[in-house]
Design a protein around this ligand. Sequence first.
Ligand SMILES: N[C@@H](CCC[C@H](N)C(=O)O)C(=O)O
Length: 257
Amino acid sequence: MLQTFYKYQGTGNDFVMIDNRQQTFDKNNTKYISFLCDRRFGIGADGLILLENHPDLDFKMVYYNADGRESTMCGNGGRCLVAFAQHLGVIDNKAVFEAIDGVHHASIDSNMVKLQMQDVPVIEKHQNHVFLNTGSPHHVQFEEAIDNFDIKNKGASIRYGEPYNEAGSNVNFVKKISETTFRVRTYERGVEDETLSCGTGVTAVALAMHYIGETEKNNITIHAEGGELQVTFDVENGLYKNVWLVGSAKFVFKGEI
Ligand SMILES: N[C@@H](CCC[C@H](N)C(=O)O)C(=O)O
């Protein structure tokens, strides 16, 4: 039987979206999910997302990396799923949904989606990097030569190295442009390559830059390879809360496979 799918992208982080409200999708078929995400033999995407019914909220998000394995929160994927939910008529212009890291609030206005991320209570400052979890784990470090940098190989050596090992971390390389603006390139765990943008990653960078005193602002613009995102937040006694990720989320095409 053919599988209907929708392709969305949020600042170049691209996803296969499947309406699984009828629970017909085989969630344990890792090989099939990685095939759908394969850019040569399948549809091609950084991840696959199921939209499912939720007993109390607007919908539930189930996220898989391109390797076919279910993973932790995907910020850009969450923003794209809000656009998909609106397209399906599941929501109007506001959403409350459950993802693996908890409940998220969101709103959509044309192609712009605002997604509330979880509060971040702990940020670790190490000698050459910062580590924090914004729904997914993120290693953040400065790289001045960001344009001429081997993100794939350097990212992989950090992702598979100590202390992350097999469980891994996403890895973000950052260059400061100004007090309010940073450039970021991200190596994503589960894609095992650079992606054009990572929502939990740019969120991590904004909070990390504030935490280590690189900015005093709480409204940060991040230039990712695939476009621009905004991150806003409040800080109270070391707790980063009211964290919002804002950027475009667009339908690309629909098909059957
Ligand atoms: N692209 C994502 C992050 C997806 C999860 C990540 N690859 C992981 O497994 O930790 C985003 O936009 O946040």
